[in-house]
Design a protein around this ligand. Structure first.
Ligand code: F6R
Length: 245
């Protein structure tokens, strides 16, 4: 089932999505969360930190798995996703860092990194709620448009469009890693619930095609149409093509 919520603004999108996660944390303090990085979830993480500071939720018993990490960036590199998660969430709440999992981008042993990541998710009991952003090319995690839906965690070559989009956060486009570890489409689809957030007109075409168009690996997010429990929270910009697609 696809549940679409259209929020007026980015802040409203962040609040509504955070409310969904807050309710889950209150009902299931031991929940397993799949988390995303990027610009989109920053406001949501701020809201979760506010709920934590107000005493509404605790992360003490929560386990997390992040979708992806660049290959070759040390954990303390300002653009690594390890660093992002500590800055925006982990170091601001009472989570036990030992219960947080981000693929190890510094380990070149692809098979070891990927199989260990999948095994850890399995042993934790599977992901209760997977938070997702979406790329303007329809990627989820770093599953780029292609000819198949990759099943498990794997190493990807980033497309030029993703490298260009992400270069805004690096000193130069040449500093953007060209490879990343990412949860697969199967890893994402095995989550019991999915929460996709998107803001801004730059995401409108990808959002509309993902939710209304054919399910195709050319637009990886379109696979979400086959998931039984997806909530999509959009601001007005990201929703602008949804009704006219
Ligand atoms: C990040 C991730 C990516 C982003 C997507 C959107 O962990 O998995 O799929 O969600 O690239 O990024 P932003 O939010 O920066 O537009």
């Amino acid at each position: 089932m696809l549940n679409i919520i259209i929020a007026a603004t980015y802040d409203d999108m962040s609040r509504r999505a955070a409310n969904i996660m807050t309710e889950l944390l209150q009902e299931q303090p031991h929940c397993i969360l799949g988390l995303a990085t990027g610009t989109t979830p920053i406001g949501l993480y701020d809201e979760l930190v506010r709920s934590y500071t107000d005493g509404e939720i605790s992360f003490a018993d929560v386990t997390t798995f992040n979708l992806d990490e660049y290959c070759g960036l040390p954990q303390d590199h300002p653009q690594s996703y390890h660093h992002f998660m500590r800055e925006h969430l982990f170091c601001r709440v009472d989570i036990n860092l030992a219960n947080t999992h981000v693929p190890d981008g510094m380990n070149p042993d692809v098979d070891a990194v990927c199989s260990e990541f999948e095994a850890e998710i399995y042993e934790a009991g599977g992901i209760d709620l997977q938070l997702l952003g979406i790329g303007s090319n329809g990627h989820i995690g770093f599953n780029e448009p292609g000819y198949v839906f990759p099943n498990n965690t794997h190493c990807v070559q980033l497309t030029q469009s993703t490298i260009k989009a992400n270069s805004r956060l690096f000193n130069s486009i040449n500093d953007v890693p060209t490879e990343a570890y990412t949860a697969g489409i199967g890893t994402i689809m095995r989550a019991r619930r999915i929460l996709l957030i998107a803001n801004g007109a730059g995401k409108a075409a990808a959002v509309a095609a993902a939710l209304n168009g054919p399910v195709t690996p050319q637009l990886p997010a379109s696979i979400l149409q086959f998931h039984p429990d997806v909530t999509v929270v959009l601001d007005e910009g990201a929703a602008q093509d949804y009704f006219t697609f």
